[in-house]
Design a protein around this ligand. Structure first.
Ligand code: TXA
Ligand code: MG
Length: 350
């Protein structure tokens, strides 16, 4: 499908415009829309031609499956062959919300949607605009994050515009998103649920409802990491064009290493940008700075991560240094997961 050079309409976040967006989905088109996590790029999940448009617009590898969004748990029946008791409990507790459940795929799902796997990722988003779009479209909507493949996920409509203008039919501008990193992906096809991607819903929250949970994503703080099973996790991710160095450790470690790196860049007549926690702001000066918020407030750090990476990427700088002194707790774990993938280099305190 050739999606280049189409006119991308910017819709307002009102019911008339959401209805127009739903009509585009029904006709097999592509609409970016806000969810509580990040903006998604949606198409009718049951229309293979429409889903092919998502892969073309994003430049996404064909073996990376899409998350299917629904408005109502009853829609799972057409998408999966079996809902275990655990899956059902988790749906009751966490839907609508930022939890994607991996379930056995039903026979009528186009293989392009699932990246040819026999499983399918499903979630009900809680964002009112996403829910209205889903209801008015009357179909499950496949929606990866609405960025060019490999780039930081979009947390505003203008991020989507920057990556996908001219390649998709429309964007619904619902303002900045609430959470800022993508949903937790949980495989519930086996006996013990496996977290394939950390997010706002944490392992301990899930464990309250289903006992033990395994960690299935790469985490440099864990020794006994399961093999990475989420196909998307093997690709370059969340990276701006400018190289990223992550410095993980205590505030002093971060400050000293940042000063060294900035000095090296200046010696080369390069400019350096800092994505930095508030507490360290006054201790280091760089050529460009963006605040991650307080290091003890991971929800704020999550909101600022992709925003800051994209902001710094637009400045004329040669290196982005990320302050990894924020807490690795709650959604902080998801932020570390994303920023480690975005980084070309990690300097870690031992
Ligand atoms: O918050 C989110 O999840 C956002 C919003 C738009 O809902 N969507 C999102 O989609 O982040 P995407 O495509 O950027 O990330 C989906 C992740 C990928 O890592 C993909 O490999 C994994 O979920 N995934 C999807 N279906 C899967 C499946 N059947 N088995 C294993 N992993 C799957
Ligand atoms: Mg993505």
């Amino acid at each position: 499908m050739n999606t280049a050079n189409m006119k991308t309409v910017i819709f307002k976040n009102n019911i008339e415009d959401i209805r127009k967006a739903a009509d585009i989905i029904k006709r097999g088109g592509l609409v970016a829309f806000p969810t509580e996590t990040v903006y998604g790029l949606g198409a009718n999940a049951l229309n293979p031609g429409a889903v092919a448009g998502i892969f073309a617009a994003k430049g996404r590898p064909a073996d990376n499956p899409l998350i299917v969004h629904i408005a109502d748990p009853g829609q799972c029946e057409q998408l999966t062959t079996h809902i275990s008791q655990t899956a059902s409990l988790l749906m009751d507790r966490f839907w609508p919300g930022p939890l994607t459940l991996i379930l056995p795929a039903g026979p009528y799902i186009p293989s392009i949607t699932t990246g040819d796997l026999d499983t399918i990722g499903i979630r009900i988003p809680s964002h009112p605009t996403a829910l209205k779009l889903l209801r008015l479209s009357g179909t499950p909507i496949a929606a990866p994050s609405a960025n060019t493949s490999g780039r930081p996920s979009p947390t505003t409509a203008s991020h989507v515009q920057k990556d996908l203008e001219g390649k998709i039919d429309a964007i619904i501008d619902g303002g900045p998103v609430e959470i800022g990193v993508e949903s937790t992906v949980l495989d519930v096809t086996g006996d013990i649920p496996i977290i394939l991607r950390p997010g706002h819903i944490t392992a301990s929250q899930i464990e309250q409802y289903c006992g033990r949970v395994l960690i299935g994503y790469e985490d440099s703080t864990l020794e006994d990491t399961e093999k990475v099973r989420s196909p998307g996790m093997k690709y370059t991710h969340y990276s701006p064009g400018t190289p990223v160095v992550l410095i993980e450790g205590s505030p002093d470690f971060v400050i000293n290493n940042s000063r060294d790196l900035i000095k090296k860049e200046h010696d080369l007549k390069h400019r350096a940008g800092l994505l930095i926690c508030n507490e360290n702001l006054k201790q280091i000066s760089a050529d460009e700075t963006y605040s991650l918020g307080d290091r003890t407030k991971p929800a704020r750090v999550a909101q600022n991560l992709f925003m800051g990476l994209r902001y710094l990427d637009m400045q004329q700088i040669d290196l982005i240094i990320v302050d990894g002194s924020f807490v690795n707790r709650g959604i902080g774990t998801a932020v570390f997961n994303r920023v480690r993938k975005a980084a070309q280099r990690i300097i870690k305190e031992v």
